[in-house]
Design a protein around this ligand. Structure first.
Ligand SMILES: Nc1nc2c(ncn2[C@@H]2O[C@H](COP(=O)(O)OP(=O)(O)O)[C@@H](O)[C@H]2O)c(=O)[nH]1
Ligand SMILES: [Mg+2]
Length: 273
């Protein structure tokens, strides 16, 4: 962990502004708290991505809470739906305004704004880099003084982006955080196991979106059944059987996780306010 963070620390030194990507459904849990130590005195912008999968009421609550508490700028975005992308470079540049003010006063043109993206796995780092690259006149190429493996993507608007994101490991403070992080793909499914994760998802669904579960899989009386029984029922409805005739719990579990990740149960926040 410490080694990984050190690598990220070297990347951070090469940019003006760090774009910290988190999952809008897990505004707190999808960060790595150790990152903040590396960001002391470093301008950074938090992007809460996949906001299309998050609950709008929750987003509003988080927005007002963060506005009250935080000195850090943030945006809720959705890279897939291309929401909020146009604000990223102007918001980042604003963070350099005071630092570059004396250059401007001396009549010196501000330098190229250098950015990087950082975050836990699956939060949308590569998607964001691709989306930003597509917006500007994309040119990539090694520059003098830059390691051959790392390149700057020219974004237009006098800004450049490091093409390699910084990868952070999620910090698991308790079981629920671990399960939620796995649901959003920040931790590999194999660690919890697909079946256990699907059971957790159903327990969550019974509390948070019972009607959607009932309707999507045309099951009955979801409240009265255990999550295991519900998995069985869905497998039977879908005709998921193994050779020999037993229900295929692995397959039904994978389907449920896929459906959740595609947002088919509606917008659902996991860190709740
Ligand atoms: N719904 C939704 N999915 C997204 C969004 N951004 C990325 N994804 C998906 O999340 C998954 C992980 O994205 P990726 O860019 O590979 O994440 P990385 O591991 O941080 O580089 C992919 O399936 C993306 O299509 C978004 O804003 N909304
Ligand atoms: Mg990636």
């Amino acid at each position: 962990m410490r080694k990984a963070l050190r690598g990220v620390g070297d990347q951070i030194k090469r940019v003006d502004v760090v774009i910290e990507l988190r999952d809008a459904r897990l505004p707190i849990t999808s960060q790595n708290p150790d990152l903040q130590n590396l960001l002391i005195n470093k301008p950074s912008l938090i992007l809460f991505n996949k906001s299309g999968l998050a609950d709008l009421n929750q987003i509003k609550k988080w927005e007002s809470k963060l506005k009250n508490e935080s000195t850090k700028p943030f945006l809720f975005v959705d890279v897939k739906r291309r929401k909020g992308l146009s604000q990223i470079i102007p918001s980042s540049r604003k963070l350099m305004q005071s630092r570059w003010e004396n250059l401007r006063q001396r009549g010196i043109r501000p330098p190229v704004l250098r950015l990087m993206v950082i975050g836990i796995p699956n939060v949308g780092k590569s998607s964001l880099i691709n989306a930003l690259a597509r917006r500007g006149a994309t040119q990539t190429g090694p520059k003098p003084g830059v390691t051959r493996h790392q390149e700057w993507i020219v974004l237009g608007q006098n800004a450049e982006l490091l093409d390699t994101p910084g990868i952070l490991w999620p910090k698991i403070q308790n079981t629920i955080d671990g399960l939620n992080l796995t649901l959003v793909g920040g931790i590999r499914d194999e660690i919890v196991g697909v079946e256990s994760l699907a059971n957790y998802l159903i327990q969550l669904g019974k509390k948070r979106f019972p009607q959607r579960l009932l309707e999507r899989y045309t099951i009955e009386g979801c409240k009265l059944q255990s999550s295991q029984e519900i998995l069985h029922q869905i497998a039977i409805k879908r005709g998921f059987f193994r050779t020999g005739g037993n229900v295929d719990i692995q397959r039904v579990s994978e389907m449920l996780l896929h459906d959740f990740r595609e947002g088919l149960f509606g917008p659902i926040n996991l860190d709740l306010l």
